[in-house]
Design a protein around this ligand. Structure first.
Ligand code: ATP
Ligand code: MG
Length: 476
């Protein structure tokens, strides 16, 4: 499409055209109305003057006869800028007046009529128009009084000219304005299209320009930029997951394969095969667990579970998880205490919150147990126990899991939340490094956050979630 074609097809230009037509029609109507009324006003004025003069002449005639009438008409005819006068006998012979010629038959009927005329002293070619009134006096005398219409025509022409000019100016200004506005609009739209094309070509970092005028384009650009930001972060997340999956699942899969291959090559007895099969099953279970964890994180991060959220008591969840893990903790020489008496209601997905809390307790047991063994279950004379707490603060519900294990150095606390991150010191323990990622994703899904703090010694993991007021019957 040519540049002009593009310009003419913009909404801005088409709107300008519509406005232009409306304005031009309005201007034409206004001037037409004005011209018509001016004409009417001048006509009324002429009628008034002619009527007065005619009345006056009739009175003179009635009082003093034809001589007096002729005399007055003679005098009046000679005055500069005078009206038109003509007095004739019943047969049409002129007695007095300043009319040289009229259209034929004008004197035959009484009343108002517009006619072409020429004054006595004027040359044959001069012709004007006049509005005249013919009247018949007693005795058959005919009298004509009229006024020239030149003034009226001149006025009408002036208005008509003004009308034509103003319509022309409206059209020119309208087109210039339309082109100006359309070009501005087109420039912004073109810039947006260019950016969109860059983005479509694969560069997700492109953003629409915002010029700061706060107009509709700025608002649109801001919203679209927000959307692009979100898409970019989702894509980044997706890429990270894919990279992580590719990287972290490849190792165990390769291990699995190599073990099977080695067994095929060197195992001789049924017992050898059995051992290899058992190891393979164990490793596969680990892989399945990793997949499950990844899927659960993806579910929490996508926000798809948001629709099915319901209110529930987190304190109850804490008690359940505590009950579930207490035997395991005791097995490992740790105590597990739950402090969750007061109801702490949140709106969310109970299953995910339970899993998140279970992950924290699982970490506490897993990482604090070896330390507890070394100190035979007591640090500085204190039993090294795990404490699970659910507190309802003003507008927040806080879940904490504290242990007395080695803790996480401050520099690593934000890193361990990322997927597949495991600290060097825990490499010997089972796990895939996804536990805290899920906790963090669940906290974010519920509009809360996960914080890792120093429990001196040990780690205190803290999830804070927005609190809701539980209806009394459920709170009971
Ligand atoms: N309570 C804790 N004490 C000390 N270190 C911890 C504790 N919790 C987590 N960590 C460290 O943070 C790392 C990440 O924890 P995360 O729960 O994400 O993974 P994981 O426990 O290694 O594996 P998974 O939970 O998937 O089985 C752990 O490998 C460990 O190094
Ligand atoms: Mg863990």
């Amino acid at each position: 499409m040519t540049a002009l074609g593009k310009l003419l097809r913009t909404t801005a230009f088409q709107l300008t055209l519509v406005y232009l037509v409306v304005f031009a029609l309005f201007a034409a109507f206004l001037l037409g109305y004005f011209a018509f009324n001016t004409r009417r006003l001048i006509n009324e004025q002429i009628v008034g003057i002619v009527d007065t003069e005619l009345q006056l002449l009739q009175v003179q005639y009635n009082q003093a006869g034809i001589r007096r009438l002729v005399g007055i008409v003679d005098v009046r005819s000679r005055r500069p800028g005078s009206s038109l006068y003509l007095v004739t006998t019943p047969t049409g012979e002129g007695l007095a007046g300043n009319v040289g010629s009229l259209e034929p038959g004008i004197l035959e009927s009484e009343g108002w009529v517009e006619t072409a005329y020429r004054r006595l002293e004027e040359p044959e070619s001069a012709e004007h128009n006049a509005l005249v009134r013919v009247s018949r006096l007693p005795g058959g005398i005919r009298i004509l009084v009229g006024r020239d219409l030149d003034e009226r025509e001149r006025m009408f022409h002036i208005v008509a000219l003004a009308g034509r000019w103003s319509v022309a100016i409206v059209i020119v200004l309208g087109i210039v304005g339309g082109v100006f506005v359309s070009r501005r609009v087109l420039k912004r739209v073109d810039a947006m299209t260019d950016t969109a094309q860059t983005i479509m070509a694969g560069d997700l970092s492109g953003r629409l320009s915002v010029i700061g005028s706060g107009d509709e384009f700025d608002r649109l650009a801001l919203n679209l930029n927000g959307m692009l930001e979100r898409i970019e972060s989702l894509m980044r997340g997706l890429k990270e997951v894919t990279d992580n999956v590719a990287h972290d699942l490849k190792t165990p899969l390769t291990r699995l394969r190599n073990r099977c291959e080695a067994a095929l090559r060197s195992a001789n007895t049924a017992a050898d095969y059995r051992r290899v099969m058992e190891e393979t099953i164990e490793e596969s279970d680990g892989l399945i667990r990793t997949f499950d964890a990844l899927l659960m994180i993806a579910r929490a991060e996508s926000g798809e579970v948001r629709d099915g959220m319901a209110e529930f008591d987190v304190a109850e969840v804490a008690r359940d998880v505590g009950e579930l893990y207490e035997p395991l903790a005791e097995d490992r020489g740790l105590t597990l205490e739950v402090e969750a008496k007061q109801c702490a209601a949140v709106k969310g997905n109970r299953e995910l919150v339970s899993q998140a809390l279970a992950n924290l307790v699982d970490n506490a047991i897993k990482y604090a147990a070896p330390a507890a063994k070394e100190t035979s279950g007591a640090v500085n004379g204190e039993r090294s126990g795990i404490v699970v707490k659910a507190d309802a603060e003003r507008d927040r519900v806080v879940l904490t899991v504290s242990d007395r294990g080695p803790g996480i150095p401050p520099g690593d606390r934000s890193r361990v939340i990322d997927r597949f991150v495991r600290l060097e010191q825990s490499r010997s323990l089972p796990g895939s490094g996804l536990g805290l990622s899920l906790v963090s994703a669940v906290a974010r899904l519920h509009g809360g956050e996960l914080k890792l703090e120093d429990n001196a010694p040990g780690l205190r993991a803290r999830i804070s979630l927005p609190r809701v007021a539980m209806p009394p019957q459920q709170a009971a």
